[in-house]
Design a protein around this ligand. Sequence first.
Ligand code: CMC
Length: 425
Amino acid sequence: MADKKAILKVDGIDEALELPVYEGTVGPDVVDVRSLTSKGLFTYDPGFMSTAATESKITYIDGAAGILLHRGYPIEQLAEKSDYLETCYLLIHGELPNAEQKATFVSTIKNHTMVHEQLSHFFNGFRRDAHPMAVMCGVVGALSAFYHDSLDIHDDHHRLVSAHRLIAKMPTLAAMVYKYSIGQPFMYPRNELSYSENFLHMMFNTPCDEKKISPILAKAMDRIFLLHADHEQNASTSTVRLAGSTGANPFACIASGIAALWGPAHGGANEAVLNMLAEIGDESNIDAFIAKAKDKDDPFRLMGFGHRVYKNFDPRAKVMKQTCDEVLSELGMLDDPLLKIAMKLEKIATEDEYFVKRGLYPNVDFYSGIILKAIGIPTEMFTVIFATGRTPGWIAHWNEMISSDYRIGRPRQLYTGHAKRDYPA
Ligand code: CMC
């Protein structure tokens, strides 16, 4: 197992502690600290910056080099040669499908896109002005109340059926959330359409007006889903794993991932980008906002810039930028005032010493926000799109954990509160 070891000397413990060190295929070695509890020690790592919470074979990221691999395949190659559903298959099964496997997978997903009719009544319980992510947390969690026949997490087949259901139903639910918010009837999915065409159909068509979906916009949508499909042990994936480690059902686990994704430091950033652009309002205000972002006494940050792991560039952002250019020219929107502010901001920030020195480059959410806005998707729906795209990643990690020898996740702490004291007499 471990060819290397680390030696730890702790004041107050006589013997030096020998800790095994494991090597991954690529990436940093890890020090196995599990034996420390028996010596009365915990490790301390707020934010888990130095903690490998698990062994995984799904996704590899080298933040410094701007590398993102799914099952070994670079994200740029998947974005160019693959499509979203094939990437879902890859993440979940570990290998690319052959033609027959792909056709079967696509057909299986298509046959799971409708949601139980009773679920549509759930929506009436929500205010129409509710945030779409609030509704998504509720309706995705509620799936566990409908699909009792796939809830045995120790049955491989049940887990696969749940995976298919979640990947297939997320766009349907996402579009229902939107339609409910604008008071239009829900649109049923259509099997003759591709995954992304179908999503745009359910979002923008109505029973009295069914337009053909633009192939360029469907391709852009597919790419947005694909580029968000997985990102290693990020906050929402770790949340799904932690919830899953208790034995919770997959629908409940994915609902917990959706809740974690909602925050502005994670999936909420693409929405925050557009809100920020609206706040900037005019190109003449950009310099003042850049100054605010650099000011240590001001909490304002340039949304869509910087990343916890990518400190040089975000490989997804490169592909997304190309799609962004395609979409804006297809829609003839290169002169849109908000998008002009975005392009100017991107130029200034990528040349400004403050941002360059700190490795703060536009991340995937900067461009995805602009594309989604151009397609006509309202800002509040952006994180819902991210959640839809991320679903196969969440499922793949959950499934990998449940198929392995896992334990309930239970971090410890450095306690700095009162020691025992007596209740006043
Ligand atoms: N604007 C201005 N300054 C920034 C920004 C920003 N967007 N991001 C980081 N900094 C500064 C920060 O103040 C610090 O400066 P100093 O070294 O002088 O103290 C330095 O850069 C390092 O920042 P950090 O907070 O230590 O970096 P982090 O790795 O903890 O944070 C981040 C990563 C993504 C939370 C942060 O860059 C941020 O808040 N960005 C804006 C929100 C955003 O776009 N999030 C989407 C992330 S991508 C989607 C996803 O994967 O979920």
